[in-house]
Design a protein around this ligand. Structure first.
Ligand SMILES: [Zn+2]
Length: 247
């Protein structure tokens, strides 16, 4: 009897020990470079920051299971990224991206998005650009039920969408944005809502981080530097820590 009790205890302890699953999604990869700067690519920046963030979580939170949607330079479909999180019954999904603006336009700072209806034209622009990666997938028209990432009408569905995870997603997003300013000294552009497909397909609290503007020369220099990537990763980590402690 005593032995059974011990086994049961150990079993419960091991389940409890990995009670939280975090899925980290480095945006783009492989044939999809994402936004392109003068001498760097979004996919590489996203991956470096995502991996560093994950390592910090692993080192400090033995009770958190960390899963990456990609760990190398490979193409992963948007729906597959969400599938990985859904299958793992993740508690939090964090997608990491780098922003960009057309030639002649300059902006600086970090933004974190949660799923929802965009209220501003700029948010729609970011969502359109990030969602456009699905056109690189062979079956995207059937896969995403006719969703056209470049048509504004496609985004009307987001208006009628219920998101049960909104409160937690926004809480996480705010923590991350605060840390981007406090830890990395970046300009905090704020927390916004927009129609991101990858967030729509996940069924847990989720956020999409835009680390900065690859199209702005001084931001690109920072984004591609080892020190910059480490500071950005640390900011997301500290945001995660605050979020996890609040739960
Ligand atoms: Zn992106």
């Amino acid at each position: 009897m005593k032995r059974i009790t011990t086994i049961l205890f150990l079993l419960l302890a091991s389940i409890y020990a990995q009670a939280f699953t975090l899925v980290i999604d480095p945006g783009h990869g492989g044939k999809d470079a994402g936004a392109i700067g003068k001498n760097s690519k979004e996919k590489d920046i996203n991956l470096a920051v995502a991996l560093a963030f994950g390592e910090m979580v692993k080192a400090n939170f033995p009770d958190v299971k960390v899963i990456f949607t990609r760990k190398t330079d490979v193409f992963v479909e948007l729906s597959e990224r969400a599938n990985i999180a859904n299958k793992a019954k993740a508690d939090l999904f964090v997608s990491i991206h780098t922003n960009s603006l057309p030639k002649g336009r300059i902006s600086r700072g970090t933004e974190t998005y949660t799923l929802g209806m965009h209220k501003a034209a700029e948010n729609l622009e970011v969502a359109k650009r990030e969602n456009s990666v699905i056109t690189m997938e062979s079956n995207y028209k059937t896969h995403y039920e006719g969703f056209d990432p470049s048509s504004s009408e496609s985004y009307i569905i987001f208006e009628f969408m219920q998101d049960q995870n909104m409160e937690k997603s926004v809480m996480f997003a705010k923590n991350v944005q605060q840390e981007f300013a406090a830890t990395a000294g970046r300009k905090n552009k704020g927390v916004f809502q927009a129609g991101f497909l990858v967030l729509r397909e996940t069924s847990m609290p989720s956020a999409l981080v835009e680390l900065g503007y690859i199209s702005t020369p001084d931001e690109e220099r920072y984004l591609k530097s080892a020190a910059g990537q480490k500071a950005l990763a640390r900011s997301i980590y500290k945001g995660f820590k605050a979020y996890k402690n609040k739960l």
